[in-house]
Design a protein around this ligand. Structure first.
Ligand code: 13P
Length: 254
């Protein structure tokens, strides 16, 4: 059985003080959650302060990006080890906003995946098609290229530290969620790709999160799908009540 994981990607929101108060509220409200893993990803400058707040709680800290070099002449960048030093246990890699706005390629993303895994941190590898790609029936091809490209030379034993997030670009920040069936179809396809690259056991164990307008009112239906193991939440992760309700999603059959 895969343990559910709900992650909040705060993107470019909340200054240090605001990040601290959001983290404090979450630590209090989610103190008794043990059946679901919880991650929050604040802005870089708030990481170290938020780390002190979530230390010893049910919440883990992630960074939103990294650079695939340990040290050196890379002005403005941060390595996985430095992010670990700031208190992070995970890094979000290949978010569609970085692919689209910063021109990140599958090759570059693969370097970050390796650097993060080599630092013994967890990777949240984001994939997802644009509306145009979906309408042109290129979705499966795009997902294949993103998964295969992101996982080049990643050995099976490191896959236990890697989570995939399927985030259809057309559903991010638009209020348009993929239907439960659309999301399940993509997740099942991604699991099949991982099985093809590794083994049925590795594919079975790999958590695949859905992201794109996840809200309190659609999380339960999404989480009831066989291959949806959690959520990567943007906008709703900035609101204490909404994020807590998403973390406390209702399990199917209850
Ligand atoms: P929204 O939940 O705001 O659509 O963002 C999703 C996302 O991009 C999470 O990484």
């Amino acid at each position: 059985m895969r343990k559910p994981l709900i992650a909040g990607n705060w993107k470019l929101n909340k200054n240090i003080t605001e990040s601290e108060s959001l983290a404090r509220a979450l630590v209090t409200d989610l103190a008794d959650i043990t059946e679901t893993d919880i991650i929050i990803a604040p802005i870089f400058t708030a990481l170290n302060r938020v780390a002190a707040i979530v230390d010893g709680s049910s919440i883990q800290l992630a960074a939103q990006n990294c650079y695939p070099q340990e040290t050196g002449a890379f002005t403005g960048e941060l390595s996985p080890t430095m992010l670990k030093d700031a208190g992070c246990g995970a890094i979000i890699i290949g978010h569609s906003e970085r692919r689209q706005l910063m021109g990140e390629t599958n090759e570059f993303i693969n370097l970050k995946v390796h650097a993060t895994l080599n630092s013994e941190m967890q990777v949240i590898l984001c994939v997802g098609e644009t509306l145009e790609e979906r309408e042109n029936e290129e979705m499966l091809e795009i997902l294949t290229a993103q998964i295969k490209g992101g996982l080049v030379n990643v050995p099976a034993e490191k896959m236990q530290n890697l989570v995939v997030a399927y985030e259809p670009v057309w559903a991010i920040g638009t209020g348009k969620t993929a239907s439960n069936e659309q999301a399940q179809e993509a997740h099942s396809f991604i699991r099949g790709l991982i099985q093809g690259l590794y083994s049925p056991e590795t594919a079975e164990a790999c958590r695949i999160l859905y992201g794109g307008s996840v809200k309190p009112d659609n999380v339960d239906g999404l989480m009831a799908q066989a291959d949806i193991d959690g959520a990567l939440v943007g906008g709703a992760s900035l609101k204490v009540e909404d994020f807590c309700r998403i973390v406390k999603f209702e399990k199917a059959g209850h």
